[in-house]
Design a protein around this ligand. Structure first.
Ligand SMILES: NC(=O)c1ccc[n+]([C@@H]2O[C@H](COP(=O)([O-])OP(=O)(O)OC[C@H]3O[C@@H](n4cnc5c(N)ncnc54)[C@H](O)[C@@H]3O)[C@@H](O)[C@H]2O)c1
Length: 255
């Protein structure tokens, strides 16, 4: 492999940044981890199971967050980017929802992101003047639009927006150099949707038609937006919602 020159390394958009990505074993998280590394970041890719270069981090467990932050603090002394990406679905409408499933999805999608924000802030405060740390909370188009067949997923992704706005505002008012934003993917071809499509192949065309652009997203297209949010190019953005949905939320329902 050709070695990069110092100038090429400097031009990488995340050169030298220390990043942690949760739920990075597959799908959007894996794509973000790959893309961050290609842009020069030092990436800790975390998921439920360790091995294969992954850090074990169940986002619902406080002790896992403490251990991950202790490891990053001892290796690097700081954290520049956190992507709260781990997420699960229930595929249950309100009539079939169980309390156990409601609590499980909320624990991963909302409480996990809150624990991540709280744990990361302590390691993000102490940094060189002129650069800010970035927390990216992966939300969904269901933050804005109700999914009739998944009440808890919809509620959880709306809650991620509220969490983000509160933490972003708090950090800014405290004078902390930490930006917090949501990234809202549209239908993206990953394990979460692949199961649906395997069970009902006609769903692929339905997912493609959902967006005016006429196709599902590739995980790498979500990762490209995450690079922008992680980089200093987004230095004036905090508490904001960034959508990559092929026009889904822009379209009039009668189109
Ligand atoms: N794929 C889509 O169409 C789509 C659309 C909108 C939003 N999203 C969001 O994007 C994120 C990534 O989803 P994806 O499509 O890549 O799904 P995915 O199923 O491919 O990946 C999710 C990852 O999260 C991990 N995970 C689950 N529970 C965890 C926990 N408690 N702790 C740590 N890791 C855990 C899984 O092991 C898996 O590797 C999720 O937050 C999802 O809600 C996805």
């Amino acid at each position: 492999m050709a070695l990069l020159s110092a100038e090429e390394k400097r031009r990488m958009r995340l050169a030298g940044k220390v990043a942690l990505v949760t739920g990075a074993a597959s799908g959007i998280g894996a794509a973000i981890a790959r893309r961050f590394a290609a842009e020069g970041a030092i990436v800790h890719a975390a998921d439920l199971a360790d091995g294969g270069g992954l850090l074990r981090l169940d986002v619902t467990r406080e002790e896992d967050w403490q251990a991950a932050m202790a490891r990053i603090a001892s290796d690097h002394g700081r954290l520049d980017v956190l992507v709260n990406n781990a997420g699960i679905v229930s595929n249950l409408a309100i009539d079939a929802m169980t309390l156990a499933m409601w609590n499980r999805v909320m624990a991963v999608n909302v409480t996990g992101a809150m624990l991540g924000c709280r744990a990361a802030i302590a390691l993000m405060c102490d940094r060189d003047a002129g650069s800010s740390a970035s927390i990216i909370n992966i939300a969904s188009t269901t933050s804005f639009l109700g999914l009739a067949n998944d009440v808890v997923y919809t509620a959880s992704k709306a809650a991620v927006v509220g969490l983000t706005k509160s933490v972003a505002t708090w950090c800014a008012l405290q004078g902390l150099p930490i930006r917090v934003n949501t990234l809202h993917p549209g239908a993206t071809l990953t394990a979460i949707l692949r199961d649906h499509i395997a069970a009902r192949p006609e769903m692929k065309a339905a997912f493609d038609r959902m967006a005016p652009i006429g196709r599902m997203a590739d995980p790498d297209e979500q990762a490209a937006l995450a690079v922008f949010l992680a980089s200093d190019d987004s230095s004036y953005s905090t508490g904001a919602a960034f959508v990559a949905d092929g026009g889904l939320t822009a379209a009039h329902p009668t189109m």
